[in-house]
Design a protein around this ligand. Structure first.
Ligand SMILES: [Zn+2]
Length: 116
């Protein structure tokens, strides 16, 4: 698995988020855009070469490309609040949530507008 002993600046995090179309991203300059496209399409050998020159960007891209958690970590690095957890039933953002991602009212067997 990917080890993550890297420090990613908030600027780089936001550029990579933009590349992956994730929340909180912002568009970098043309060079960085093309560099990210190159990293995205590079094979293992070329990725290693690019990493020598652009370690932060390559690591941030591997992080984002590896999992949703990676995206969330970049959002954290970029100072962006991750997408809030939503109740799978009522789409509410008010926690706490159960392990099934239901808010407390939905987790109880009563109607949404039920009177207590
Ligand atoms: Zn709910």
């Amino acid at each position: 698995m990917l080890s993550i002993p890297i420090t990613i600046s908030s600027e780089t995090a936001r550029h990579v988020l933009w590349h992956y179309g994730a929340k909180g991203g912002y568009q970098p300059g043309t060079f960085t855009q093309r560099l990210m496209a190159a990293i995205d399409t590079a094979d293992v050998v070329n990725t290693a070469r690019l990493r020598v020159a652009f370690p932060e960007l390559v690591d941030a891209m591997s992080l984002a490309g590896s999992s949703q958690e990676g995206i969330a970590r970049l959002q954290e690095a970029g100072g962006i609040t991750a997408t809030p957890i939503r109740c799978t039933r009522c789409q509410g953002e008010d926690g706490p949530f159960t392990d099934d991602c239901l808010c407390e009212p939905c987790a109880r067997p009563m109607p949404l507008d039920g009177v207590v």
